[in-house]
Design a protein around this ligand. Structure first.
Ligand code: DC
Length: 651
């Protein structure tokens, strides 16, 4: 699927068992592979990034086997990979690329490391310089300072003191630290410049200790690996739930859950070793209700009933989870500034630029700097607008923007990119959010759908969508542009670019009133012709779905229940016999002082019905889950009352 459409959500609640932490999974896979003895890794993340690491380790000769309930048994190679020559492909997995580069530098073999094009744009020179200072023999295969790399056996210089920059990516230091026990000699690493993302280095040290290597350290400035340090399997290792993945659900709770029914994540809690659990503190600073248990965290809206508050935050310790705050900020009062986020620029994409560009599509005011992002939440002058969001092959862009659906319907392109760390994210997301309700009323022409639907909408205080009007507008716009109604690509282009506005019964095309023109008999017939063209239907789909807003929507058309709003809370098939419909339409025309002949009207209406029913794209039919309402003997009031009754019974 190349997009997912999200309607406006109205609330969230429920519980989510988190997938395993990516950062921990890829580190322990490597440590278990290097250790002496066999390790059973439990609750390991199964995603693109961990798959790349596993494939690489298998290519290096490490044996792995399934160990019940999603576990993995890894046979450690005691510090020497069995395979001494290999070409490894690591996709866009930064954690795998950096740590394997460091480890293979001391592995006594010949290796080539490659990734996707974006991986080849992510700098690695600082790590390579540090490794070379220890005696590593590494070459750049394309551009100096960037992957792909070739690695030959190192000539270790015992007692080396190497410097590594700490202000580009903490993964450099983490990779180096994990590799040094393989050097077989005492090496000291000194950090140059301020170390960013310290919690990730803490995690590395913690995991190395669990695998038997204690690093001597002087604060965040210097780290030494004692001579003779060796990794030993801890036997069984339980991976924590992913704290970065938790951030989306905790933010959902803070935006849309009541305190009595929060959103709860299972798998991380009080004793988590991942820095991103501190995302919860940021939510507290925004006023959210947060509780932390041994192995869970829950979040809900502020307990005082007030809105969330914007914050100014140094995001250095939580670079990944901080992205979630950029979208949560739309639901806060007052602006939010995310500072110290320069590392975003060298991640899966330039995340500062990407975040700013996509927020602007939603009509959000954003200021971006080299290392900060300021978000000004929407207000009456700058309301959120539905938009199609690009994700830049960045899982976190897709997951972050799903939260914006609490403000406005949106389309997210390439949602499958979440498989990098959270393959079933959107299923879990849909399980905890409740969309605004929809009543979809489909039926043939002149069945009274329009009158009934708008009255139902009015009674409930919901929005009303006359979906046929969009097909009519497409036909009218095509006619005005001189495009033939049979020209599928031509009409689809026009449909995609329609400049239309609906205001309290007023319909405008290109700024001009068009309400009457689209009801013209010829345009009606054109509408039914262009509506049969699949490319035109596709071009209008998101436009129709963009009407799915809080507090709810009543829409009428032909395929609203089947295609546009398949999850509608109530689907109605509203019809009447051709004779009754022809009579109603004739009366309508005469009331508007337009010429009308009953027989001609009935023939025309039956021809249009036939075309709507026979077309291959979204034909008119009663869905199995739609309730039939035959209005041959029902007045408008009775039809409205019936639909309101049905809807009440569904709530
Ligand atoms: O409901 P209406 O008569 O205004 O619709 C005009 C045309 O648009 C009609 O021929 C069928 C088509 N249509 C459609 O194909 N799908 C919809 N959801 C709504 C209308």
């Amino acid at each position: 699927m190349d997009f997912i459409d999200l309607p406006q959500m109205v609330s969230a609640s429920g519980s989510v068992t988190l997938p395993g932490s990516k950062s921990i999974s890829n580190r322990v896979l490597l440590l278990a592979a290097l250790a002496q003895g066999e390790t059973e890794l439990r609750a390991l993340l199964d995603s693109d990034d961990t798959a790349r690491m596993r494939e690489a380790l298998v290519a290096l000769g490490v044996e792995m086997s399934a160990a019940g309930e999603g576990g993995l048994r890894v046979k450690g190679c005691g510090g020497r990979f069995p395979t001494r020559q290999a070409a490894l492909f690591l996709g866009n997995a930064g954690t795998a690329f950096r740590s394997l580069t460091a480890v293979l530098a001391f592995a006594d073999g010949e290796y080539v490391l490659k990734g996707v094009p974006r991986m080849h744009e992510r700098p690695i020179g600082d790590l390579i310089d540090a490794l070379k200072a220890c005696g590593a023999n590494i070459g750049y295969l394309e551009k100096e300072g960037f992957p792909p790399l070739s690695i030959c056996p190192a000539v270790i210089r015992p007692g080396s003191v190497v410097k590594i920059r700490g202000d580009v990516s903490s993964q450099f230091l983490s990779g180096l630290l994990m590799a040094l026990p393989l050097a077989g000699a005492r090496v000291t690493v000194e950090v140059d410049g301020e170390l960013i993302s310290k919690p990730y280095v803490d995690m590395t040290l913690n995991l190395m200790a669990r695998f038997g290597v204690t690093v001597e350290r002087e604060g965040w400035r210097a780290f030494s690996i004692p001579t003779g340090a060796r990794y030993r399997s801890p036997g069984v290792f339980q991976v924590e739930g992913d704290a970065s993945s938790a951030s989306y659900f905790l933010a959902l709770g803070a935006i849309g859950a009541s305190a009595g029914k929060p959103v709860r994540v299972e798998g991380v809690g009080k004793d988590a070793i991942q820095g991103d659990v501190r995302f919860a503190d940021a939510l507290v600073a925004m006023g959210a209700t947060v509780e932390v248990g041994d192995n869970w965290i829950s979040a809900a809206r502020p307990a005082d009933g007030k809105p969330l508050r914007g914050i100014h935050l140094d995001c250095n310790p939580i670079p990944d989870a901080a992205m979630t705050l950029a979208v949560a900020a739309l639901f806060a009062q007052g602006e939010t500034t995310l500072a110290n986020i320069a590392s975003w620029r060298v991640k899966e994409t330039d995340r500062i630029a990407a975040m700013a560009a996509e927020l602007r599509k939603l009509n959000v005011r954003v200021e971006e700097g080299v290392d900060f992002l300021k978000i000004i939440p929407p207000d009456a002058a700058y309301p959120l607008q539905p938009a199609v969001i690009d994700t830049y092959d960045d899982h976190r862009m897709a997951m972050c923007f799903s939260l914006a659906s609490f403000g406005v319907p949106l389309r997210i392109r390439d949602p499958g990119c979440v498989s990098k760390t959270f393959p079933d994210y959107f299923d879990r997301f849909n399980a905890v959010v409740q969309p605004a309700p929809v009543i979809a009323i489909d039926g043939p022409t002149a069945s009274g759908k329009g009158a009934v639907s708008s009255r139902v909408a009015q009674a409930l205080g919901f929005h009303y969508l006359d979906s046929g009007a969009l097909y009519r507008l497409a036909a009218l716009a095509a006619r005005e542009a001189g495009v033939d109604w049979a020209d599928e690509a031509g009409v689809a282009t026009i449909a995609a670019g329609l400049d239309v506005a609906f205001h309290a019964g007023d319909v405008r095309l290109n700024g001009r009133e068009a309400g009457r023109a689209i009801r013209d008999e010829e345009i009606s017939s054109g509408a039914s012709k262009v509506a049969a063209l699949p490319a035109v239907r596709e071009a209008l789909l998101f436009r129709l779905r963009a009407f799915h807003r809080a507090p709810g929507l009543v829409g009428d058309g032909r395929d609203l229940g089947a295609v546009v709003f398949p999850g509608a809370r109530l689907k109605v098939y509203l019809t009447a016999s051709p004779a009754v419909r022809a009579e109603r339409r004739t009366r309508q025309l005469l009331e508007r002082n337009e010429p009308a002949n009953l027989c001609a009207v009935q023939a025309d209406l039956e021809a249009r019905d036939a075309r709507d029913r026979a077309r291959s794209a979204a034909p008119l039919k009663q869905e199995t889950d739609a309730l039939l309402l035959d209005t041959d003997h029902l007045g408008i009031d009775e039809a409205v009352a019936q639909i309101l009754d049905w809807f009440a019974a569904r709530n």
